[in-house]
Write a protein that binds this ligand. Structure first.
Ligand code: PD2
Ligand code: ZN
Length: 319
């Protein structure tokens, strides 16, 4: 096994450990030991939420890595999220590729708003279920964004990872996105992956819009959730993760987006506090000694659009 693979494996293992130790605080345990259907996850304040049910997850594509979870949300949860957002919608913005600032753009014509993290028990329950599904801790997630698309409204194909460094200061790159569909859509509104290896293939149903023909498409169905990764397992950006929301042709579309970062989005890491001149892994000195600064440059040192994890040991800090 080459080092890239073993590094990715050990990163996954660390992720798992971080997730489990985090879960031990946030999610003290499974209750109800007879069968999964009766089990629930207990949240911090003693509230309960439905567990992650792996039998409802189907892999859609490996390039990009994308999965659909049927009925991830109950109808009541979907209606609750819509009701929290309905009166607070504003024109959606996009991040400017150079400055990282939020700007209005023809690329994205929906309206939306951000909830607060753990705003209420239902939101906290959904966030806990997302963490259980993705193996990524709740603290790595941004607050949930609720989106509303009316006739003709769309989000042109884009990447969820950032092209600027400003937006990576909190939590690093976005590694994964969970898109939850809160309503059925008469026609259109599909999520489309124009660069997917499964181009032009999709489930065998009628009623797809022309826009859905530009790649692999997923139809919005109330309660279903789509998980896809914007980074490869070695933490480089995945150009196959390009995706968009097709124009709504009939009806309206409500969705909720949870963007998840590689590190905590709630508290700044060492990396963000100390002018980037730190190692973020205890193994950095030994890896650097073994030549990994050259062999695994993107992870160790970074690239044009992201910082590496062993900048101190690789001696690339400017200060
Ligand atoms: O609402 C969607 O379907 C959608 C599609 C693509 C949302 C996003 N991207 C996003 O919020 O990043
Ligand atoms: Zn997106």
């Amino acid at each position: 096994m080459d080092f890239g693979n073993s590094l990715a494996l050990s990163l996954s293992f660390l992720f798992l450990l971080a997730h489990l130790s985090h879960s031990a605080i946030q999610l003290p345990g499974w209750l109800g030991d007879k069968n999964t259907q009766e089990s629930v996850l207990r949240l911090n304040k003693g509230a309960f939420t439905a567990p992650f049910d792996p039998t409802r997850v189907t892999p859609l594509s490996w390039h990009p890595r994308a999965f659909v979870y049927k009925k991830f949300l109950t109808d009541a949860e979907c209606d609750h999220l819509i009701n929290l957002a309905r009166d607070k919608l504003e024109l959606s913005m996009v991040a400017d590729n150079d400055s990282g600032k939020s700007i209005k753009s023809e690329v994205r014509t929906s309206s939306g708003m951000f909830l607060q993290k753990a705003q209420d028990e239902i939101v906290a329950g959904i966030e806990a279920r997302i963490a259980a599904w993705t193996f990524l801790p709740v603290e790595n997630g941004e607050s949930m964004q609720i989106l509303h698309y009316e006739h003709g409204q769309k989000y042109e194909p884009h990447f969820d990872f950032f092209h600027d460094k400003v937006n990576q200061e909190m939590g690093g790159h976005r590694v994964a996105t969970v898109l939850m569909y809160l309503s059925d859509v008469g026609k259109g509104g599909e999520t489309v992956f124009p660069n997917s290896e499964r181009k032009m293939s999709r489930s065998n149903e009628d009623g797809w819009s022309d826009c859905a023909e530009q790649g692999y498409a997923v139809k919005p169905r109330k309660g279903d959730a789509l998980l896809f990764f914007s980074l490869h397992p070695d933490a480089t950006t995945d150009n196959k993760s390009l995706h968009g929301s097709c124009p709504v042709i009939e009806g309206e579309k409500w969705s909720a987006t949870k963007w998840i970062h590689v590190r905590s989005f709630d508290k700044p890491s060492k990396h963000e506090n100390n002018g980037n001149c730190v190692d973020e892994n205890d193994n950095c000195p030994i890896w650097a000694k073994n030549g990994e600064c050259e062999k695994n440059r993107v992870y160790m040192v970074g690239s044009e659009d992201s910082y590496g994890y062993c900048r101190k040991s690789c001696k690339v800090c400017s200060s």
